[in-house]
Structure formats: structure tokens, C-alpha cells
Design a protein around this ligand. Structure first.
Ligand SMILES: [Mg+2]
Length: 274
């Protein structure tokens, strides 16, 4: 509750205990006053706390959610690991895509039963970035991604991007989506810990100026959904990164859509449109 709202009500009812009840879209102030513990529903404050309207925001993952890069990441990680003497099946890599590069390298090495030093992990990440840039200098937006972002802008719905990737590697992806400097983008270097920790999403919400509970995370991997839960945000899963609907649902997705295009057609289900 904002001090402004709490202060105004407390000024009317002396010795009152004020608390919010109800969901994020409909809130009430419940006032219990004096010894009789009189309870009165005094005000529906949906919107009032936020200057006349509720601010909701969508926070997008990038790879596999907005751009078609997941399988290129799998292939180039596989190649980088093979060069370092760690051959591994592609599907095992796919399960880890979306978490931070450092965590990814250590997790894969653990799976192979081989300890990995910080220097080795850094070298692997550099080699992967190099191979990825060679394989995919130009990025392809996933179906509906560009249109979805345009519709959100036109409707005045806040959105940002929060990715485990880092600049300059993500620059081509952002460019392909028409995302410029006016859009909030939180990348790996902006926070101490990447997904599945919540830091990227929390930093994005803060930059957007909204609370975590007003945000939906949109992602293709279970790591996005785990990080969203840790950030106290609802999440939406997209199938465009290769995870199945059941996995995304089990990981906590509020809704699962095929891709950005289907999400675009379903914005009304989310209650984000004015
Ligand atoms: Mg992803």
C-alpha cells in the first residue's frame, strides 16, 4: 500500500488498522476501528493507488521466446564442448538452455562427471559466443513477436526484456525485433545472478517502475518460470523454444501458448489491456 492511500484513510478513521484485501485487480481497504472492532468496507481502490490505473507489465525472455535461436545455441554449445574434449548429446544441452552461461557450463560438466575451473568455464562461454555469432549473424524473430511488441506499444502496455544473454551477442536479436534504446533491456551483465535466480526479472520490474506482482514473465524454458516464481511474478510459457506444454505447466506457467502470435491473440485473457 502506498503511504498516500494509507495516510488519507487513516486520517479519516482514528486509531484504524488499515490493510489491503483482495487480488491485485480488485483491492479494498478493510478498516477495523476501536474496541468494537467495527469493520467497514470503505473504498474500492483498484486503480486509485496507481494514479488512476493499474500498471501491469510483461517481461520477456529473449531466446526461444522472441527470437528463433534456441537450436543454434544447442548446436554451438555442443561444438564448443566437443572442442574442449566434452562430447555431449544435443538434447542434454537443450534442457539447460536459458540459464546463465556460467551455470550452464558447470551443470553440463557435472553431468559429464568432469570438474570445470573458472578459466575453463570462461573459455567455453567465449568459444560458444564466437561459434554462435558465426552460425547466426542475423537473427529471425519468432512468429508474431514483432507484431506483439507493436500491439503492446500501441495499447500503452509496459514491457521489457530480461535475458541471460549479454551484449554484444544479443544486439542482433534486439535489432531484428525493432527494440531500441527506449525499451528496458536487462542483460546478464546488469545483475549478479542470472536465471533461474530472480535478479533479471526483479531488475526489469524496477526499471519499468512496477511491483513484481504486477508483472507477467513470458518465457520458453522452465528456468524462466522458476525464476518468475522466485520473483513472485506470474508466468506465461511459450512452446517456441522446444519445451512441452506439460513441462511448462508443471513449472508454474499460468497460461501456455504456442508462440508470440498466439499470445498476441490472447492478451484479453491476461487482463493487461486497458
Ligand atoms: Mg529462452
Amino acid at each position: 500500500m502506498t503511504p498516500r492511500a494509507g495516510g488519507s484513510v487513516a486520517g479519516v478513521v482514528r486509531s484504524a488498522v488499515v490493510r489491503e484485501v483482495g487480488g491485485p485487480s480488485i483491492r479494498f481497504l478493510l478498516i477495523r476501528g476501536g474496541a468494537r472492532c467495527r469493520t467497514a468496507l470503505v473504498a474500492r481502490i483498484a486503480g486509485d493507488l496507481y494514479g488512476g490505473k493499474h500498471m501491469r507489465a510483461l517481461i520477456f525472455d529473449l531466446d526461444g521466446t522472441l527470437v528463433d535461436t534456441v537450436y543454434a545455441h544447442v548446436f554451438t554449445w555442443q561444438q564448443a564442448l566437443a572442442e574442449a574434449g566434452m562430447p555431449i548429446d544435443g538434447w542434454r544441452i537443450h534442457r539447460r538452455i536459458g540459464m546463465s552461461g556460467g551455470l550452464f557450463a558447470r551443470a553440463v560438466a557435472r553431468e559429464l562427471g568432469r570438474p570445470l575451473s573458472k578459466d575453463e568455464s570462461d573459455a567455453l562461454q567465449r568459444r560458444h559466443a564466437e561459434l554462435f555469432e558465426q552460425l547466426m549473424p542475423e537473427r529471425r524473430p519468432l512468429p508474431g513477436a514483432v507484431e506483439l511488441l507493436r500491439h503492446l506499444r500501441e495499447a500503452g502496455v509496459l514491457y521489457g526484456v530480461a535475458t541471460s544473454g549479454a551484449r554484444p551477442g544479443i544486439d542482433s536479436s534486439l535489432e531484428s525485433l525493432g527494440i531500441g534504446p527506449d525499451t528496458v533491456v536487462i542483460e546478464r551483465g546488469d545483475v549478479a545472478r542470472a536465471k533461474p535466480e530472480p535478479d533479471l526479472f526483479l531488475a526489469c520490474a524496477e526499471r519499468l517502475g512496477v511491483g513484481p506482482r504486477e508483472c507477467y514473465v513470458v518465457g520458453d524454458a522452465v528456468w524462466d518460470l522458476l525464476a518468475a516464481r522466485r520473483a513472485d511474478m506470474l508466468s506465461i510459457g511459450l512452446l517456441s523454444g522446444g519445451y512441452g506444454e506439460d513441462e511448462l505447466t508443471k513449472a508454474g506457467a499460468y497460461r501456455v501458448y504456442r508462440d508470440a502470435a498466439e499470445l498476441d491473440d490472447s492478451l484479453d485473457e491476461l487482463g493487461v489491456l486497458p
